[in-house]
Design a protein around this ligand. Structure first.
Ligand SMILES: Cc1ncc(C[n+]2csc(CCOP(=O)(O)OP(=O)(O)O)c2C)c(N)n1
Length: 734
């Protein structure tokens, strides 16, 4: 058997069209739909160009000039979606969407999709979307956020984008970018539909739609019957989704252009009008294996491989064109060769274009491009009075952190028309700790709302809404629950600017109550004390205030960074400090603060220094800062020894230079770290100070043990306490 199936499929086409050997239609009755000759021949051309991309990519791979060989062969029917859906209908695409991309580009004059795709295939830094960082299908002008070989992780954000459309129109959000009658497309493979992220997205779409929320989304399942080597039974998708309450289902032959046109027309009209989710199920084939490196014969017989190849969608299209006398076999063969030459020439040219070479070049796109928008002005006194109502006279009074964050969220909602607050129980209940209490009443259920109980969809919804001008402030109820949804931040939200050179961004604030010290309540799942999961994600901002006044200023900064610079901030709120009012003694109110004035700015990376001691600097954050302040007060009282405390406030970015300067010539540095030692920021700080402090200070890390937090009286047994910080500090001072 010939192992190079690309060669076989290529030769088959020319031989079949010249000899007039076409596969029979798979439809029981021919699909009828008014479509012009121009339409059919245009689609056929895009299908052929897409095929030549796959063939050329494999050829170039042999020469080490192309680095990506997952192709679109077998899926070329998706050209029809590129033609029939409007070019402003945002599309989150499957990685086999070559023909879609080419057809959508036809709708937008001035685009150069063949060259752009070739640059992307060969990872040239001139690739207009990812700049050589990955082969993606993406384009800002074509409303296609860049997507690559992820499995279903784009579905949750597609649902978010769909929800955003009618919501933005209802709120008359000035910054919305999607049309009010727009719809969202989201395509994926059949095996991907088993993925938790897909189930999350479809469930959320149905859940929201069931609650009366418009969710104009077309889920397009391009079913080739395989996930790499694992078969999807031919009736699986229909069995699971064919009669699902709330989900319209349309099935279509992905090899038949006329059937595709007919069903896509129906789909388009239904979703645009009814604004409810629909699953368009396309039956197709996969040709040339999963990717260039995939040897199909390890899991398929020659007969199985040849059966799929006989159903080449290009041959089905050729049959339709032949039957309608649109082109002769010779004309089709000639067109095929002409397009081969065109694609080949463009590809060869693209291969010679520059690549990314330095780390600096690669990393230039990690943080979204700066300064696209200017934050609206701070709300004036009159508006403040209106927003805060009966709380207004109390703004100057000392309050605990939970109250102050509630004020900060009110202010941001009043100031940014696109700000929305959502998550589990944040609406009517006002959050588990009442941090969002009263916000829904004040700003309405369109802007403050409960999500379904699904962290993946919470972050996905935030990403999607941010695509349409919103400033999502989403809440994950407890830090431990974030782990359910990690990929939505790590793989999707954080990488978006990287794969689009900042042309797309998903600004947001992800509020995450967490960390330990809750006096024995809740155990591990409510007292998770590790932030390692965020610390290695390039480009995100991580906030962790130790007190309410800082939290207010830091929220303002996070909102501005989201709005102006498209940044993602993970805002970790230490639950144990939510209601804390006192510092050293009951009733001293030393941990209660007035609502911060707008001129009390705290920029990312800006830390606070407390105390004047010269012999010991404690570097810490969050609960650690609180305990260290207690310990320092006692040191002074009992031993007349002073120390200095640096409260980091932000875990990323870290102002390393500023920190080294602030430590100065201090001989001892104690790092108080409330998180588990392994993977903690404290570990990194030890290395940083050791490397950068030329006076060789003594450095000690006082971190939590590598343990989970138990329930009950042992809850703090593994954590630093005021007493252990006191002892460690005294030892260092002596
Ligand atoms: C989260 C995740 N798991 C596994 C993979 C590896 N993988 C890449 S493509 C693929 C098969 C997907 O099949 P399907 O959804 O049917 O799409 P097709 O390739 O057949 O078009 C798998 C398992 C991945 N990219 N991401």
């Amino acid at each position: 058997m010939e192992f190079n199936r690309a060669k076989v499929v290529d030769k088959n086409f020319t031989a079949a069209v010249t000899e007039g050997r076409f596969p029979a239609s798979r439809l029981a009755a021919e699909s009828r739909h008014p479509c012009s000759e121009d339409l059919l021949s245009g689609l056929f051309e895009s299908q052929i160009i897409s095929r030549h991309f796959d063939l050329k990519a494999r050829e170039m791979k042999e020469k080490n000039a192309c680095f990506y060989t997952i192709g679109s062969s077998g899926h070329e029917g998706n050209a029809v979606f590129g033609r029939l859906f409007r070019p402003d209908d945002m599309a989150f695409l499957h990685y086999r969407s070559g023909a879609f991309f080419l057809e959508r580009a036809r709708q937008i004059p001035g685009t150069t999709p063949i060259y752009d795709l070739a640059l992307s295939f060969v990872s040239s830094s001139e690739d207009p979307i990812a700049g050589g960082r990955h082969k993606v299908f993406g384009s800002a002008e074509m409303a296609i956020p860049p997507q690559t070989s992820t499995i279903a992780s784009h579905l949750p954000k597609a649902v978010g984008a769909a929800i955003s459309i009618d919501r933005a129109a209802a709120l008359n959000l000035e910054e919305r970018t999607l049309s009010d009658d727009g719809i969202v497309l989201c395509s994926f493979g059949d095996a991907s539909l088993n993925h938790a992220a897909a189930l999350s997205a479809i469930n959320t779409a149905l859940w929201a739609s069931h609650h009366g929320v418009p969710v104009p989304i077309v889920f397009i399942c391009e079913d080739n019957g395989l996930g790499i080597s694992v078969e999807t039974p031919s009736n699986w998708i229909e069995t699971v989704y064919g009669s699902r309450e709330g989900l319209q289902y349309i099935q279509c032959d992905g090899l038949h252009l006329v059937d595709l046109l007919k069903k896509t027309d129906q789909t388009e009209a239904a979703v645009r009008r009814e604004r409810k989710p629909l699953l368009l199920h396309i039956r197709t084939v996969r040709l040339l294996g999963h990717a260039g490196s995939d040897i199909q014969s390890t899991y398929h017989t020659q007969r199985e491989i040849e059966a799929a190849e006989a159903d080449d969608p290009l041959l089905h299209s050729a049959r339709i064109l032949r039957e309608r006398n649109i082109m002769s076999g010779e004309e089709m063969a000639a067109l095929y060769e002409l397009l081969r030459q065109q694609v080949g020439a463009v590809f060869e040219h693209a291969a010679g274009r520059p690549k990314l070479t330095t780390a600096e070049d690669v990393m230039a796109a990690i943080v979204p491009s700066q300064g696209k928008r200017t934050a609206p002005p701070m709300i004036d006194e009159k508006k403040r009075e209106k927003v805060f109502g009966k709380e207004f006279p109390r703004l100057g009074e000392p309050q605990h952190m939970a109250k102050l964050i509630n004020y900060a969220l009110s202010e941001i909602l009043a100031r940014y028309p696109g700000a929305v607050v959502f998550g589990e129980d944040v609406g009517r209940k006002g959050g588990v700790y009442h941090v969002t209490a009263g916000l829904q009443e004040k700003f309405g259920p369109r802007r403050v709302f409960d999500s379904p109980l699904d962290e993946t969809s919470i972050i996905g919804t935030a990403i999607g809404m941010a695509h349409n001008g919103f400033l999502p402030i989403a809440e994950i109820q407890f830090l431990a629950y974030f782990h359910n949804a990690e990929d939505q931040l790590r793989g999707e939200a954080a990488t978006l600017p990287f794969f689009s050179q900042g042309q797309f961004a998903n600004p947001m604030i992800l509020r995450i109550p967490g960390l330990a010290y809750q006096k024995g309540f809740g155990g591990h799942f409510h007292n998770d004390n590790s932030l390692a999961i965020f610390r290695d994600i390039p480009g995100i901002i991580i906030a962790c205030p130790s007190n309410g006044a800082d939290a207010v200023s830091m929220f303002r900064t996070a909102a501005r960074e989201a709005h102006e610079n498209g940044r993602v901030t993970v805002f970790v709120e230490p639950i144990a400090l939510y209601m804390t009012k006192d510092l050293s003694e009951k009733g001293d109110r030393d941990w209660s603060f007035a609502y911060a004035d707008p001129d009390q700015k705290i920029e990312p990376g800006q830390f606070a220094v407390h105390g004047t001691g010269r012999n010991l600097t404690i570097v810490t954050y969050g609960n650690g800062a609180y305990l260290s302040r207690q310990a320092a007060a006692e040191l002074e009282k009992k031993h007349r020894k002073k120390c200095r405390i640096i409260d980091l406030r932000w875990l990323a970015p870290l102002d390393e230079e500023g920190l080294v300067k602030a430590v100065g010539k201090c001989p001892s540095i104690l790092i108080v770290e409330e998180c588990r030692r392994t993977g903690s920021l404290g570990e990194a700080l030890v290395g940083m100070f050791a490397q950068r402090c030329s006076h060789r200070p003594t450095i000690r890390l006082h971190a939590a043990e590598d343990s989970f937090i138990p329930l009950g009286v042992a809850a703090t047994a593994t954590l630093p306490t005021k007493e252990t910080v006191f002892t460690a500090a005294l030892e260092m001072l002596n």
